[in-house]
Ligand binder design. Structure first.
Ligand code: SF4
Ligand code: SF4
Length: 125
């Protein structure tokens, strides 16, 4: 079992999940321009120790345990697994810090923004 980041993360990348992951198994694409590699973070399926620490940190509710993945995001299981299949396309994500090394404050979306983000995917065919 592993946790999975869904496309609800797309273009957010606030790295809140990265800050709490104890095993650095959350990756970002080196090049997010190909359509098969969206601009989001990815969890490596065999490096993840299933601790669950990242899930409550995600302000966009984008992280799920694999067995609880909503149907509409079922394809994101294999999307996350591309970190294992094509490791050279990814690097370990690192938390955003300022020049003094302090962690950057996070944008906290409102409930309405979280709902609107989810609707973007609900409405896809
Ligand atoms: S905290 Fe959530 S939205 Fe932010 S980068 Fe991690 S998975 Fe993406
Ligand atoms: S469940 Fe734990 S090990 Fe897996 S990605 Fe989240 S924080 Fe990292």
């Amino acid at each position: 079992m592993a946790y999975v980041i869904t496309r609800l993360c797309v273009d957010c990348l606030d790295q809140g999940c990265v800050e709490v992951c104890p095993v650095e198994c959350i990756y970002e694409p080196k090049d997010a321009s190909p359509p098969e590699r969206p601009n989001m973070l990815y969890i490596h399926p065999t490096e993840c120790i299933n601790c669950g620490a990242c899930e409550p940190e995600c302000p966009w509710q984008a992280i799920f345990e694999d067995r609880e993945l909503p149907d509409m995001f079922a394809g994101d299981l294999s999307l996350n697994a591309t970190t294992q299949d094509t490791p050279k396309q990814f690097r370990v994500a690192s938390p955003h810090r300022d020049a003094e090394g302090r962690l950057q404050p996070k944008h906290r979306p409102t409930t309405e923004q979280v709902r609107a983000n989810r609707l973007r995917w609900d409405e896809k065919p």
